[in-house]
Design a binder for this molecule. Structure first.
Ligand code: SAH
Length: 394
């Protein structure tokens, strides 16, 4: 068994059960990609069993903090079972759910989403890759399903020194699926869609948006960064008269329009714009257009804290424009899914956007990802998605 010995004073984060070991914390030792190693403090005391990622700045990630734990197939079966059991205690009003959320479920680098009878997995770390067959078997045995599609085709694989991989790992079937969420239908494509095909993390927010539409009676809604139209369908289901949806991806917009039709909403209630959001917001402002409700759900502007400053400017800009475009009494649902932007910083950015726009508003709610995308006490980085509902004063 290979060993990683930490530098003196570098054991504290592991003692708090944080699962990452940075290159800079290691005094000596290494392992092959995905190999299980013993991690010890500078005095030789056991700290954790971890897998190594020689290509990454995060040189190792922890499987277990228990010295007596063997890292073998039964360890992974137990982890998968525990994650699945936890989901049965969350309130998930959909037949789509995240079954495994990486570090938060004790499986660093493994993402698994379930869409009806199909599982879609991303093996994004050397450790997840090393145990792929065992994990795949455990996932199918635990859920009783037979189909698992791999979408290990993200940048995260490159950072781990792994090649991109996608396709059916087990079973075979359609890659175009339809999800039932809150009683709506949402179609998606697991082979070509973003992430594993859909943004399950915004499930609860979409419901809240529908409730706001119903309670406040929106006439004109603007859904920015609409992807396949989740918030668009939510607004229409809540009774919004008309929704304008913007995205820069043609295929996403086509599916968004298809999703409006799938739910039986008249096509004239929805307009789709293949455009840049920032430029569109500026255009609306010049044209004197206003909206009763706006959603801003942009892509990750700051993947890490190093990008935070430039990202902060980009977030502030769109929020300032959106606050100006809202009618008095209008509602803004605004988000950041950047790991590098804390909830506190996001709040400050939106506040400063309001100040620049000369707009005040009530923050009626702070939002996060749906509960099947959990953050844990030990791994605060699990909080990537944060949002605010702002009710414009007027
Ligand atoms: N709200 C969506 C998810 C949004 S994901 C949901 O609930 O499903 C972010 C989207 O922003 C992606 O679809 C991407 O194509 C789009 N996007 C990225 N940059 C953009 C830009 N500058 N202008 C318009 N859309 C953009």
């Amino acid at each position: 068994m290979k060993t990683l010995r930490l530098k003196p004073g570098k054991e504290r984060s592991l003692q708090r059960r944080h699962p990452w070991i940075f290159d800079s914390a290691i005094a000596k030792g290494s392992g092959d990609a995905g190999e299980t190693v013993r991690v010890e403090a500078s005095d030789g005391q056991f700290l954790a069993w971890a897998f190594t990622s020689p290509a990454s700045k995060i040189s190792a990630r922890v499987w277990s903090f228990e010295e007596s734990q063997r890292i073998d197939a039964s360890f992974f079966i137990a982890k998968v079972q525990a994650s699945t059991k936890a989901r049965s205690r969350f309130d998930i009003k959909s037949d789509g759910q995240r079954l495994i959320h990486g570090e938060s479920d004790g499986l660093p680098g493994l993402i698994v989403d379930q869409y009806g009878d199909t599982l879609v997995a991303q093996f994004l770390s050397t450790g997840a890759e090393r145990w792929k067959t065992v994990l795949t078997d455990a996932l199918l045995a635990t859920t009783g399903l037979t189909k698992l599609y791999e979408r290990s085709d993200t940048n995260a694989r490159k950072l781990e020194g792994l090649e991109s991989a996608a396709g059916w790992l087990r079973g075979d079937g359609p890659v175009e699926l339809t999800l039932r969420e809150h009683g709506w239908q949402l179609s998606l494509d697991i082979a070509t869609g973003h992430k594993t095909g859909f943004y399950l993390d915004q499930r609860d927010s979409r419901q809240k948006f529908a409730e706001h539409a119903q309670r406040l009676g929106f006439e004109r809604v603007l859904n920015c960064f609409c992807y396949t139209g989740g918030f668009t369908v939510a607004a229409l289901a809540g009774g919004a008269a008309h929704v304008t949806s913007i995205d820069s991806s043609g295929p996403a917009l086509e599916r968004a329009a298809a999703n409006v039709a799938l739910n039986g909403f008249a096509p004239e209630r929805a307009t789709f714009l293949d455009a840049d959001v920032n430029a569109s917001l500026r255009g609306f402002l010049e044209a004197g257009r206003t909206f009763d409700a706006i959603v801003l759900d942009p892509p990750k502007f700051a993947p890490t804290a190093a990008h935070a400053e430039r990202a902060a400017r980009a977030y502030k800009d769109i929020n300032r424009l959106a606050l100006k475009l809202l009618e008095p009494g209008g509602v803004l649902f605004t988000y950041s899914c950047s790991g590098g932007i804390s909830a506190d910083l996001f709040h400050k950015i939106v506040a400063s956007a309001g100040a620049d726009a000369g707009v005040d508003g009530f923050i009626t709610e702070r939002l996060g990802g749906a509960p099947d995308h959990p953050m844990t006490l030990e791994f605060p980085e699990g909080e990537y998605l944060k949002g605010l509902i702002v009710l414009k004063k007027g």
